[in-house]
Design a protein around this ligand. Structure first.
Ligand SMILES: Nc1nc2c(ncn2[C@@H]2O[C@H](COP(=O)(O)OP(=O)(O)OP(=O)(O)O)[C@@H](O)[C@H]2O)c(=O)[nH]1
Ligand SMILES: [Mg+2]
Length: 595
């Protein structure tokens, strides 16, 4: 299905024209029919050769209903601009065209109506010139008369050709449906309508609501498209949804229904202004999709700059590249907008806005992973998806850990930072086991310790959950080195005669130092105060294998030539290593080596 929105000055024949195209009447309200004036959005549809079903969103032209008009055209990719042959170029023709231009609508047809009442050529020329200054430049201009049918064939052909040139939206895209009407139907309950630009809706789907005073969830109980019930529907489509759930009360024009968990509702968004400048009001209306909210503006690059930060009263699901417009209702002025960053950093320091403008300057409003990563350094992968960035193709050197993605440049900085911190730490705390990834992440401003561990590479390495530098690790501080050497001499004769507390004190090997030497692989510490040489466990197992099995603690003590003070913790150490097994009667046996 295709969806086309009308645009044009009041009474220029929009409704009459889409009625003639479709054979349906889009003004449903009694007041509309009585006054011959569209008030609400109307929907009618027809079938065109080769392009198939086309739904028209017929908008009101009266200046009082411009918000309704903008809700109608906001999510629609193509426009039918209607201008009367027997009237001058009018203010709402200009305003509607400016809105289409601001939203960068590039597909459209201009119909010069009421061609039976005046020579259409002057207006055709004028309209072509006006449209030529906008994103609709080059759109065909077709003179028509609804009562005589003159030009209707040419208009159908022009519409068909224009629609055939539209990009086909992805049926698997995330759904975002801006509600443009909400009403209640007896027996069915809450119904909303909107234009589905892409993705697929199905009966039973759960959808999140954003843009109301709080977010919520609803379920699709029924769907209608072009007056028929359907159980699934892919964009582009006009759709009416019957929704259930407690949160239906939140729904209204301008709220958005989205695929759960796939969007980033934001109240802060950095954008680029398009087109002519003129002083931006502090609190203009932001029109995006079918929403119209007052937005606080802050120019980021000073007067005349084109980068602006918007603060919104309620979170809206926005993505990079979204088009929107700002409107000053008092001065009837319109500014086009393109979303550059729906998840911008807070601006706290002096000069932060100028720095931010510089960072945003190269952005084009096209979601690009490399550019996002370069600018942010580290970002959650899920957030990238939510703001519309595809992460399938990773820039070389980027690092993924624990759901985060880190740029190659940031990873290099982290490696350098970790090396520096670890080396510094080893120098100032030679006996300490090292820094944990958690502490390092904290010091380096990283959101997850996994980002530290994932960049640890030689000469850095992980030891017992701490990051150590291979270079620093081999060298013990001089004093400790001397003590370890003295101990090695002591143990050369009787390998299991662990030094006494007095001897350890004499060598200055308190528990902390002994632990440090053990971590460096220079000692085996079987218990506090009991240190042996590093290969003591294997040697003990070999000697104990010579005993009849099982053996008692006393037999082991004798074979190893040591005291009970040493033998007990050593045997327990062997148990822990799985070299020996302790039996119920307190005797032990050697376990066969694991195959
Ligand atoms: N003679 C003639 N009259 C037309 C033609 N098109 C529209 N009209 C008349 O123009 C008047 C306004 O037409 P509408 O279709 O209601 O205009 P509109 O643009 O929908 O107006 P709003 O929705 O209020 O903005 C009606 O009286 C129509 O009958 C045409 O091609 N020829
Ligand atoms: Mg109308």
């Amino acid at each position: 299905m295709h969806v086309v929105a009308t645009a044009g000055h009041v009474d220029h024949g929009k409704t009459t024209l889409v009625d003639a195209l479709t054979g349906m009447h889009s003004d449903r309200l009694r007041e509309e029919r009585e006054r011959g004036l569209s008030i609400e959005l109307g929907y009618v549809w027809t079938t065109l050769p080769t392009v198939g079903e086309v739904a028209f969103v017929d908008v009101p032209g009266h200046e009082r209903f411009v918000t309704t008009m903008l809700a109608g055209i906001g999510p629609v990719p193509a426009a039918l601009l209607v201008v009367a042959a027997d009237d001058p170029w009018m203010p709402q023709a200009a305003e509607h065209l400016a809105a289409l231009d601001a939203l960068q609508v590039a597909h459209g047809v201009v119909a010069v109506t009421r061609a039976d009442l005046a020579d259409p050529r002057p207006m055709m020329e004028r309209a072509a010139a006006e449209v030529g200054r906008t994103t609709l430049r080059g759109a065909p201009v077709v003179p028509v008369s609804a009562p005589t049918g003159e030009g209707m064939g040419a208009l159908r052909s022009a519409l068909t050709e224009m629609l055939a040139g539209l990009a086909v939206p992805g049926p698997r895209d995330d759904v975002r449906l801006w509600v443009d009407r909400r009403f209640t139907i007896r027996g069915a309950g809450t119904v909303v309508t909107g234009t589905l630009p892409a993705g697929t809706l199905a009966h039973g789907d759960e959808l999140e609501i954003h843009g109301a005073e709080r977010s919520g969830t609803v379920r699709v109980r029924g769907m209608q498209a072009l007056g028929r019930s359907v159980d699934h529907l892919a964009g582009t489509a006009r759709v009416a949804l019957n929704l259930t759930g407690d949160d239906v009360t939140l729904l209204g024009r301008g709220t958005a229904l989205v695929t759960p968990g796939r969007w980033h509702p934001t109240t802060l968004v950095d954008c680029r202004l398009r087109g002519e400048r003129g002083r931006l009001p502090d609190l203009p209306l932001l029109h995006v999709g079918a929403a119209a909210v007052s937005a606080r503006t802050r120019l980021l690059a000073g007067e005349g700059g084109d980068l602006v930060r918007l603060s919104l009263p309620a979170p809206l699901p926005l993505r990079i590249g979204d088009r929107a417009l700002l409107r000053d209702p008092g001065r009837r002025q319109i500014w086009g907008l393109e979303v550059l960053d729906p998840d911008p950093p807070a601006l706290r320091r002096r000069g932060a806005a100028a720095a931010r403008a510089k960072a945003l300057a190269p952005l084009t409003g096209t979601a690009d992973l490399a550019s996002e990563l370069d600018r942010r350094g580290v970002i959650r992968i899920e957030l990238l998806h939510r703001i519309g960035v595809n992460t399938d193709v990773r820039p070389p050197g980027s690092v993924e850990a624990a759901g985060w993605l880190m740029s190659s440049a940031r990873a290099d900085e982290v490696v350098a930072g970790v090396s520096e911190l670890v080396t510094e730490h080893a120098a100032s705390h030679p006996l300490d086991p090292g820094m944990t990834p958690h502490v390092l992440a904290d010091r380096l401003g990283l959101p997850a310790p996994e980002l530290v561990t994932s960049v640890v590479a030689p000469p850095l390495r992980l030891r017992d959950g701490r990051v150590v530098s291979g270079a620093a690790e081999d060298a013990l501080p001089a004093e400790l080195e001397a003590a370890v050497r003295a101990l090695e001499d002591d143990l050369a004769e009787a390998p299991f005669a662990a030094p006494t507390a007095d001897r350890l004190a004499e060598l200055g090997l308190d528990d902390r130092r002994a632990a440090a030497a053990a971590r460096a692989g220079r000692l085996l510490r079987v218990a506090p105060g009991i240190v042996l040489f590093p290969g003591a466990a294997d040697l003990a197992a070999r000697w104990l294998a010579e005993l009849p099995q099982p053996f008692t603690t006393s037999e082991a003590r004798k074979r190893l030539g040591t005291s009970r003070r040493v033998a007990l913790p050593l045997l327990e150490h062997l148990d822990r290593l799985g070299l020996t097994r302790r039996l119920a009667d307190d005797r032990r046996e050697l376990r066969p080596p694991a195959k």
